[in-house]
Ligand binder design. Structure first.
Ligand SMILES: Cc1cc2nc3c(=O)[nH]c(=O)nc-3n(C[C@H](O)[C@H](O)[C@H](O)COP(=O)(O)OP(=O)(O)OC[C@H]3O[C@@H](n4cnc5c(N)ncnc54)[C@H](O)[C@@H]3O)c2cc1C
Length: 454
């Protein structure tokens, strides 16, 4: 029987993200399936969506002025309603969008639609998907599968013709205005600003001074990162966030989810406790629970939060936006403000090396340096995305945090999503070929050089 696959696509400036592109490519590669692409986007995106019909997919545009301003919860409600009308067998979606990057929508959709969830497929052999934890799933129905980028979307054939785009608006969905758009969105971006947190005063040195800088770093005592932000009275948390929560609350309390069997039970426990600020540890498992709970309770959830400030009445949650070039301050207008945050790193090795794309061609040199310093090698996300390094080596917002006495960052641009994973290092030494790279803003020592000369 023909399987109906619905591919969710977030069009960013008219383009599909590479994650959504991979999802669509996998769907198109299957025989005996009908593939439809569903995009919630302004009407101007119709043309971009129509071009996907040349690949043999049906295109459906979810557009209505009342959808504008929807955050992840409101978006998930709209998509969930459309999904219930379209009733696909399988839903494919990129792991995150290229603009919001919250990665929450598929998780919330799983809760709202009842489809099971398989996260972050890394490979597909035509029958089975495998993710980076080694988990597998097949093509059984009623699943949402999210995709990393491991396949490129095919180009359309020159003989193909553009088809029509089906349109769905809120007259068809019939959702109450209070549940969608800005009105139905519990999170609000109040301001965006440039990222000045965690900056260090960089002293530029020559490569032959590296050992001296390391020695200085090893002799320093590392203190807890100071937080100037005003603390709230009581902060609740789930997961290994005791240290983090204590930076933001005079008092902290863990919410223990042991023994609770499903989202309803977790949600009702949280509702009964009634926290003002609830922090969830940023990891696949807890993030999924947080997203499910947020969608059931309709409470705001800020993804990948990097700091919290209390202004005497409400909590302001800060997260990287637009790829990390800026930070967005977000407030939740719901009763509970919720955020996912990374757990603090444990002390770890004395010296650690973190490499980025710029160091990859010179891995042999990096390995020699690592051996000499007896330092483990960690990496930035593009290196795990490409399968060069295991996920367990990825440092940053969506990887691990490390807190060595000395971190040597080589060939990393200094994206905030990477920096948050090494910011607890006592001393940071950055090596980059580009003297203007952002990485130097977050380093104590900077060495401008080509990694090939290590
Ligand atoms: C939601 C989200 C979560 C993310 N999570 C993470 C995360 O957990 N960890 C993470 O790392 N990233 C994460 N990212 C990605 C992050 O935004 C950056 O894209 C990524 O960190 C960039 O990696 P990079 O510095 O290795 O590569 P690039 O940005 O490509 O930078 C390469 C650098 O190498 C330098 N270079 C080039 N050649 C040489 C040479 N020969 N010698 C020396 N230097 C050289 C260049 O000047 C450049 O500065 C996330 C992004 C998003 C949106």
């Amino acid at each position: 029987m023909n399987k109906k696959i619905l591919v969710l696509a977030k069009l960013c400036k008219g383009d599909l993200s590479p994650f959504d592109g991979c999802a669509l490519e996998c769907a198109l590669s299957l025989e005996n399936t009908s593939v439809a692409v569903l995009a919630m986007a302004p009407p101007q995106m119709e043309e971009s969506l129509a071009s996907l019909t040349r690949l043999g997919a049906k295109a459906i545009l979810l557009a209505d002025p009342c959808f504008a301003g929807s955050d992840t919860i409101a978006t998930s409600r709209i998509l969930a309603k459309a999904i219930s009308l379209l009733s696909p067998d399988l839903i494919f979606a990129g792991r995150e969008s290229m603009d919001g990057n919250t990665a929450q929508v598929p998780l919330m959709l799983s809760e709202l639609t009842g489809y099971s969830l398989f996260q972050k497929a890394m490979s597909f052999d035509g029958e089975r998907f495998t993710n980076r934890n080694g988990d597998e799933t097949d093509l059984r129905s009623k699943q949402i599968i999210t995709f990393e980028k491991f396949r490129l979307l095919r180009p359309p054939s020159i003989f193909s013709k553009k088809g029509e785009v089906e349109k769905i608006d809120n007259k068809i969905l019939g959702l109450p205005p209070s549940e969608i758009g800005l009105l139905g969105s519990p999170t609000r971006v109040i301001v965006t600003h440039s990222n000045t947190n965690n900056r260090r005063l960089c002293r530029f040195i020559d490569y032959d001074e590296l050992d001296h800088a390391i020695e200085e770093g090893l002799s320093k005592t590392i203190g807890a990162a100071p937080s100037n932000a005003r603390k709230g009275p009581l902060v609740h948390y789930v997961g290994r966030l005791a240290d983090v929560a204590s930076c933001y609350g005079e008092e902290t309390k863990e919410i223990d989810l042991q023994g609770l069997r499903n989202t309803e039970e977790i949600a009702s426990k949280i509702k009964a406790i009634g926290p003002k600020l609830l922090l969830w540890e940023e990891c696949d498992f807890i993030k999924e629970i947080a997203s499910r709970v947020a969608s059931v309770l309709g409470q705001g959830l800020c993804a990948d939060c990097t700091s919290v400030a209390y202004d005497g009445e409400k909590y302001v949650l800060t997260r990287p936006a637009l790829g990390g070039d800026i930070l967005a301050d977000i407030v939740c207008i719901s009763d509970i403000a919720m955020a996912t945050m990374k757990a603090k790193a444990s002390q770890g090795p004395d010296i650690a090396i973190s490499i980025g794309r710029g160091a990859l061609p010179h891995l042999d040199k990096v390995r020699l340096l690592a051996k000499r310093l007896n330092a483990p090698i960690y990496c930035s996300r593009p290196l795990t995305d490409n399968g060069e390094f295991p996920y367990s080596s990825q440092v940053g917002l969506t990887g691990i945090s490390i807190a060595p006495k000395v971190a040597i960052s080589i060939g990393c641009s200094g994206a905030i999503q990477h920096i948050v994973g090494i910011e607890r290092a006592g001393t940071i030494i950055a090596i980059n070929i580009d003297g203007k790279a952002k990485t130097f803003d977050y380093a104590d020592y900077g060495i401008v050089m080509d990694a090939k000369d290590l």
